[in-house]
Write a protein that binds this ligand. Structure first.
Ligand code: NDP
Length: 290
């Protein structure tokens, strides 16, 4: 491969893959792109990207191959027919998946002579290449360091160690926190909307209240790592469990569903019934062990 050839290939030009390829082009990287639906590459080609007619051509074109497809099934469908061209390549798979999927993909890549980094993108496409974006990576540290100058284009690169499953683990954990927050916010909006309050009027109060909760993860993590939910309790579980039925009753009064909040209610009741009412709500995590 000569210095004149593209140095990065991007497989997958959905909303995210397109943002990644745009960031590479904007920073002067010679970039080859491929997408199942070929015309999605047209705007990138107009901006200077090289078009690969097949996924194999894209893999051959660059030592660093960024993969950003819908899910791991699509990654397997795209890569599996091209095992003969993987040797010597570094695959950076930014497709959302589980830790187990990432580890299996890393082993599969190694079987075919490719280096493998798994990644999780903590950004939406418009955030790519802005200071707000951070991306999680795991896999061999040497491979990460070698790839880092390119990866840093997408956002801050956060390296989580050699176990390829770590990026997916942290990605899904952070997204779990996000979805929990969104669930609560949707319930809040449904409540005020049902009473005729414009949600745009309510949103600043909700943002302020969510901001007040910003210290919760650090305090809860202290308790969880100690396995002791009795320290520094200011809002004990029994008190919270006594108030929680009000959310169900209010939902009934307002004519809205309680289904987003119901699961926590049953966990709180079980934890109180088990004799932990004087402890913090954080102790509910013990009921999540299987
Ligand atoms: P899109 O739905 O916009 O794009 C999906 C991409 O996958 C397209 O390129 C599509 O090709 C391709 N694809 C799907 N199935 C197949 C298949 N069987 N064979 C070949 N190609 C296939 O998704 P995004 O770009 O938004 O997301 C891509 C990844 O990035 C996902 O894993 C997502 O979870 C992750 N992500 C997305 C974020 C976002 O906000 N968008 C944020 C963080 C992570 P085609 O165009 O031909 O349909």
């Amino acid at each position: 491969m000569s210095d004149d050839e593209p140095v990065v290939s991007v497989l997958g030009l959905g909303a995210m893959g397109t943002a990644l390829a745009e960031a590479l082009l904007a920073t002067g990287h010679r970039t080859t792109v491929w997408n199942r639906t070929a015309e999605k590459a047209d705007p990138l080609v107009a901006r200077g990207a090289a078009r690969a007619d097949t996924a194999a051509d894209a893999i051959i074109a660059s030592r660093l191959v960024v993969v950003c497809l819908l899910d791991y099934d699509s990654v397997s469908q795209v890569l599996a027919p091209h095992t003969d061209v993987l040797a010597g390549r570094t695959l950076v798979n930014l497709t959302n998946g589980t830790p187990g999927q990432a580890r299996r993909m890393a082993a599969w890549a190694a079987d075919h002579g490719a280096d493998y980094l798994d990644g999780g993108i903590m950004a939406v496409p418009p955030m790519i290449a802005t200071p707000a974006a951070f991306l999680l990576y795991s896999g061999p540290s040497g491979v990460f360091e070698k790839s880092r100058p390119v990866l840093d284009v997408f956002g801050e690169s956060v390296y989580l160690g050699s176990d390829p499953g770590m990026a997916a683990l942290h990605d899904l954990a952070l997204l779990s926190g996000m979805y929990g927050t969104i669930m609560g916010a949707l319930q809040a909006f449904a409540m005020v909307r049902s009473a005729g309050v414009p949600t745009t009027e309510f949103a600043p109060l909700l943002s302020r209240w969510m901001g007040s909760m910003g210290g919760w993860p650090a305090a809860a993590a202290e308790q969880i790592d100690k396995g002791d939910y009795r320290d520094g309790v200011v809002s004990n579980l029994a008190m919270q469990a006594a108030a929680y039925p009000n959310f169900r009753a209010a939902a009934e009064e307002l004519g809205i569903s309680f289904e987003l909040l119901a699961p926590l209610h049953s966990l709180m009741r079980r934890r109180v019934a088990d004799g932990h009412g004087h402890e913090d709500l954080t102790g509910v995590i013990e009921l999540l062990k299987k």
